[in-house]
Design a protein around this ligand. Structure first.
Ligand SMILES: O=C1O[C@H](COP(=O)(O)O)[C@@H](O)[C@H](O)[C@H]1O
Length: 272
């Protein structure tokens, strides 16, 4: 497959259809992602009361937020934002994904405070496990208001383990090691099924302690959009299409119920 600027390519591997969107470089990539985001969210807001979006940290994950909705087209009062993962550091620490997102986007758009669902920070008076449960409870609190088709009631050993909104769009960055959110290759978190949110204590990428959504929650999303730029992501993007074991390549295990799109710049798509 050739990687041509702006080209969309459908690949079918391992039973999941994944779409590839390629742009020449990071700036062109961000323009493509933002245009699609604004168009999809605008359409959704015509037919549903609320739109739930999961944001990601990382270079492109934060970069795409800076120019987003520069023309104030979106009705932010009906958009809820969540995060796929968070670093376990104090509020205000520059490593916090939510703080980076606030600077890049949330501080300049009219989004109500109640619509911004941050993970607890390490100085909030909770243990890491309590913080994971608190975020799971926040997710649960949104499920009853939704139609049955719009939330996931996940069962584990025959009983309902958790409920979570089925997000409309979930953004995921991907690491050079193919991790998504804070689900890393070779670690137990990638196979967690009995919780929507887990505590991570052994992240190979600092900080070691993190909070992360689990794979069942991510995969209940209507749209999963993986974003990647740079030559160091080429192997991970290749694995998104060709690997078959999420335990060793977590990015290969994510998908949306409606669509799964890998947005990559030419350098990140170079191995396809
Ligand atoms: O630590 C994290 O890393 C990934 C990818 O980040 P990048 O800088 O290599 O693009 C990100 O998706 C995740 O949210 C974040 O916590």
């Amino acid at each position: 497959m050739s990687a041509v600027s702006g080209e969309g390519v459908i690949r079918v591997d391992h039973g999941v259809t994944r779409e590839l969107m390629v742009a020449a470089g990071p700036e062109a990539l961000i323009a493509i992602i933002d245009q699609r985001f604004e168009s999809v969210v605008s359409e959704l807001l015509e037919t549903q009361a609320l739109v739930h979006v999961v944001l990601t940290g990382g270079t492109i994950g934060i970069g795409l937020l800076r120019p987003l909705d520069g023309e104030n087209r979106l009705d932010w009062s009906r958009i809820h934002v969540w995060w796929g993962d968070e670093r376990w550091v104090a509020a205000g620490h520059s490593d916090r994904n939510e703080g980076q997102a606030a600077q890049a986007l949330l501080n300049r758009v009219p989004i109500p405070t109640d619509n911004v669902h941050r993970f607890p920070a390490s100085d909030a008076g909770l243990t890491l496990d309590q913080a994971a449960r608190a975020y799971q409870s926040e997710l649960e609190s949104f499920a009853p208001a939704l139609k049955r088709a719009d939330f996931l009631g996940a069962t584990f050993n025959g009983t309902e383990a958790f409920r979570t909104p089925a997000f409309d769009i979930t953004f995921l960055g991907v690491g050079p090691d193919a991790h998504v959110a804070s689900l890393f290759p070779g670690l137990g978190g990638i196979s967690a099924k009995n919780a929507s949110v887990i505590a991570i204590r052994d992240s190979p990428k600092p900080p070691a302690e993190r909070l992360s959504l689990t794979l069942p929650v991510i995969n209940a999303s209507a749209r999963v959009w993986v974003v990647a730029a740079g030559a160091d992501k080429a192997e991970a993007v290749h694995q998104a299409f060709h690997a078959s074991d999420p335990a060793t390549a977590p990015v290969s295990g994510v998908h949306g119920t409606l669509e799964t799109v890998i947005f990559a710049d030419a350098a990140a798509a170079a191995r396809l």
